[in-house]
Ligand binder design. Structure first.
Ligand code: SAH
Ligand code: SF4
Length: 360
């Protein structure tokens, strides 16, 4: 598959490219409507355009950059993982989760990740490369299309009885989104543009390991997507070990950037905290966490750790996890526990890794 894709273009860039052929501005809008509203996959499907123009568009790039290698569905059928091949042979994973009222897709922003968190499957292989904006957008479009026509992309029995729509996007798959800032934001602009995919920014959540300059930059973006910060430890000593980038951006700097972000955006920030047995799950650590977050407009999302092969970290027992949660509540912290999802198919967000080729 070619790597040039129309999904990389902003609307203005497409207008410029088509203006060079003497086409009026509304043609580019028709292309965008076709790609992002009608979810068309190839220029031939753009039936509002003259035939010659459709052929010409092909020279600018493809409308889909992903081919499905395999799919896996969880036993409870509420989680589906897609493994995609990119034009250069690299593979990425995308997870679709069904909730009572939501259909949420967890997408990847890089092939691999350079941050090296020792409990994370993605981090173990290091960074291969950034995804382009088009490759990021393509994941969302693919899943939106799949939800609209659930049976088209796989011979297996569909867990979706009828066509439906995507309601949320989370950037919590493979990679660190703020380490690929420009491509990620170009993708977010296309996804939220009313002329593009038209998703509300508040339905999009970006999860970061805590890259301070990126958080400050995000605060100034007009698209107010939700920010989640992967904390996992209440002290620098422990966080240096679990989240090595903490040596560069220690808690004080991170919390200052978060406070500044909240000051500018007036938006609540979510802190992710994966509970690891005997490592970060004591009541004293809950107290320290409450101290760290006191006075901050924060929500804590406790995540049951997905054990990863080759890593010594194990999930906290349910009873202890509940006690940790109760302790935070007693300190007045807003906190919830994330459901265990997709464990059997290695499809917990943050559990994504290329070794799963072939599953499904
Ligand atoms: N790089 C970004 C986003 C991708 S990881 C980040 O770190 O925030 C998405 C989330 O999954 C992060 O909160 C990450 O800490 C978490 N995660 C990674 N490995 C995990 C595991 N084995 N079990 C549970 N959560 C994990
Ligand atoms: Fe990268 Fe996030 Fe995994 Fe850390 S947890 S290695 S930042 S993907």
């Amino acid at each position: 598959m070619r790597n040039k894709t129309l999904l990389d273009f902003t609307l203005d860039e497409l207008k410029d490219a088509m203006a060079a052929w003497g086409e009026p501005g509304y043609r580019a809008k028709q292309v965008w409507r076709g790609m992002y509203h009608d979810l068309t996959v190839s220029p031939e499907g753009l039936t509002t355009l003259p035939k010659g123009l459709r052929a010409r568009l092909e020279t600018l790039g493809t409308m889909s950059t992903l081919s499905v290698v395999s799919q896996a569905v969880s036993k409870s059928r509420d989680t589906r993982k897609f493994l995609f091949r990119l034009h250069d042979g690299n593979t990425i994973e995308v997870v679709l989760m069904f909730y009572e009222k939501r259909r949420s897709v967890c997408i990847s922003t890089q092939v691999g990740c350079a941050m090296g968190c020792p409990f994370c499957a993605t981090g173990m292989g290091g960074l291969v490369r950034n995804l382009t904006a088009g490759e990021i957008v393509a994941q969302v479009l693919f899943v939106a299309r799949w939800l609209r026509d659930p049976e088209v992309d796989g011979p297996d029995a569909s867990p979706v009885p009828r066509p439906t729509t995507l309601t949320h996007v989370v950037l919590m798959g493979m990679g660190e989104p703020l380490a690929n800032y420009d491509n990620v934001w170009r993708a977010i602009r296309t996804l939220t543009s009313p002329e593009g995919f038209g998703m509300g920014a508040r339905r999009i959540t970006l999860s970061t390991v805590g890259l301070v300059p990126g958080i400050r930059r995000m605060a100034r973006e007009p698209q107010q997507v939700n920010l989640a910060v992967s904390l996992h430890a209440p002290t620098d000593r422990l966080r240096n070990k679990l989240v090595p980038i903490n040596r560069r951006y220690p808690l004080k700097k991170l919390m200052d950037a978060v406070r500044e972000y909240i000051g500018t955006t007036h938006r609540r920030v979510t802190f992710e905290y994966a509970l690891m047995r005997g490592i970060n799950d004591s009541l004293e650590q809950a107290d320290l966490l409450a101290d760290l977050l006191s006075g901050v407009l924060a929500h804590v999302n406790l995540i049951p750790l997905n054990p990863v092969e080759g890593s010594p970290y194990q999930p906290t027992e349910q009873r202890k996890a509940n006690a940790f949660l109760g302790r935070l509540r007693r300190h007045g912290i807003s906190v919830t526990m994330r459901l265990r999802r997709g464990i059997g198919i290695d499809a917990g967000c943050g559990q994504l890794r290329r070794r799963t080729v072939g599953i499904g």
